[in-house]
Design a protein around this ligand. Structure first.
Ligand code: AMP
Ligand code: ZN
Ligand code: ZN
Length: 422
């Protein structure tokens, strides 16, 4: 008997069928946003591809011919500066909203919110990840697009599984980390094949996490990262070939959310040795730590926390340095510590011992945290290398490409305009 795996079920559910791929409610029932259509030219879709944890120097390792070709034919940035904290969910939401994490509300991969009591937001908490309340502080590009009758399809993207402001992508899939890079690419192509709307999709996403996984496991530049790079690069080639075979022209924007720094059990700052036992609760730890005080023990905790530490610095949330643009959002924990790049804030002996491979979450200016940007397609010039820019600027670019006026954001198109044909 053939056993249906989770993967098979996902494919059955999403291959042109609406089980987990929902249809957006009619625009009449959706409140109009501030954005407006600025052009009526025939639509060339934008495909936003995220390669989680891809460092700009990963393209120089000689294993990414397809990405290198896209960069040579189009545009690449020397580097793209991520937003703080340099974690996956905060930066993916920044890329599609143009807002810093403090402004869009996805302030960490792990969060608590007094307004959503009893829930701890984590990547593996499917109920939380798909709950719009965590995402509703901002409006991602696919929501604005759908409100303007531009159809969207997301082959994984943080936030895309929630009905943000009541709106979902026309096609989306519930995250399945086991679905291969090729499988994700084929799913996106299948959605394009089965699209019955004459305008086609205007905005699509594709997400790959193999490079991030390998980077965590063995560190940047490791043999495992090289294998993952080659695999994801082949999937990008598969997409390019698949589009060509279908005579589809698209603007491809390839980004990463952050880089990766080597970490080691020999570079650990022990929170449990630094702070009075029982005076705090750890919300998250690693390259940075978020802490909540035990009620009544604030003064004792502050006395230990707010003094100088080797390889880490700690603040009350209101006093986090302005360069990090972090700490105003209610979801940022009361106390916050940031480790020096390559160091790890650890809550226990056991977690300290497990520290190995690579990590991210450090200051967004740290060289190891730099992210990648490549763009290619009819909207882009050829052979342009852009100086470093902030990842908040990707959102106004994407909005320009789909012909919509961007909502107010922290980004600006100016840094990317030299990349555009017109
Ligand atoms: P991190 O490296 O801790 O910032 O998180 C990266 C991980 O997030 C990836 O390895 C993915 O497995 C996971 N991830 C990415 N997108 C989603 C999603 N939509 N839902 C749940 N987990 C996801
Ligand atoms: Zn990531
Ligand atoms: Zn990661």
């Amino acid at each position: 008997m053939t056993r249906l795996t989770g993967l098979t079920l996902l494919l059955l559910a999403t291959a042109g069928a609406p089980a987990s791929a929902a249809t957006t409610p009619p625009a009449a029932s959706v409140p109009a946003s501030a954005a407006s259509a600025t052009t009526a030219v025939p639509r060339t879709p934008v495909i936003l591809i995220s390669i989680d944890g891809l460092r700009p120097d990963d393209l120089d390792r000689g294993v990414t011919p397809h990405l290198s070709r896209l960069a040579a034919q189009g545009v690449r940035a020397e580097a793209m500066r991520p937003s703080f904290p340099t974690k996956t969910f905060p930066n993916h939401y920044t890329l599609v909203t143009g807002l810093r994490p403090d402004h869009h509300g996805v302030v960490d991969n792990t969060m608590e919110d007094a307004a959503i009591p009893g829930v701890r937001f984590t990547l593996s908490n499917v109920a939380a990840v798909t709950d719009r309340r965590w995402w509703d502080q901002a409006e991602p590009i696919w929501v604005t697009a759908e409100k303007h009758h531009i159809r969207t399809a997301t082959m994984f993207w943080p936030g895309s599984e929630a009905a943000i402001q009541g709106v979902r992508p026309t096609r989306y899939a519930v995250f399945d980390g086991k679905l291969s890079a090729d499988g994700r690419t084929d799913q996106l192509l299948s959605w394009i094949d089965h699209d019955d709307d004459s305008d086609g999709f205007g905005f699509l996403t594709l997400y790959f996490d193999d490079v991030d996984h390998a980077g965590h496991e063995q560190g940047p530049g490791s043999a495992m990262v090289m294998d993952a790079l080659a695999q994801v690069d082949r999937a990008v080639g598969r997409l390019v070939d698949g589009l060509a075979a279908r005579q589809r022209v698209a603007n491809l924007v390839v980004v990463s959310d952050h880089g990766m720094a080597p970490v080691s059990a020999s570079r650990v700052v022990r929170l449990d040795r630094m702070l009075p036992s029982g005076s705090y609760r750890v919300v998250s730890s690693g390259p940075f730590a978020g802490l909540e005080p035990t009620p009544g023990r604030e003064a004792e905790l502050e006395a230990a926390l707010l003094q100088p530490h080797e390889h880490a610095e700690c603040w009350r949330k209101a006093e986090i340095p302005a360069r990090l643009a972090y700490g105003r959002n209610a979801r940022v924990p009361s106390y916050f510590c940031l480790a020096e790049p390559g160091w790890t804030l650890s809550a226990s002996e056991a977690s300290a011992r497990r520290t190995k491979g690579g990590a991210h979450g450090y200051d967004q200016q740290a060289p190891d945290m730099r992210a990648t940007f490549i763009a290619s397609g009819p909207a882009f010039k050829s052979g342009v290398v852009l100086p470093p820019f902030d990842n908040v600027d990707v959102y106004p670019l994407l909005m320009q490409l789909i012909g919509l006026t961007p909502l107010p954001s922290d980004g600006q198109l100016e840094t990317l305009r030299p990349a555009l044909q017109r």
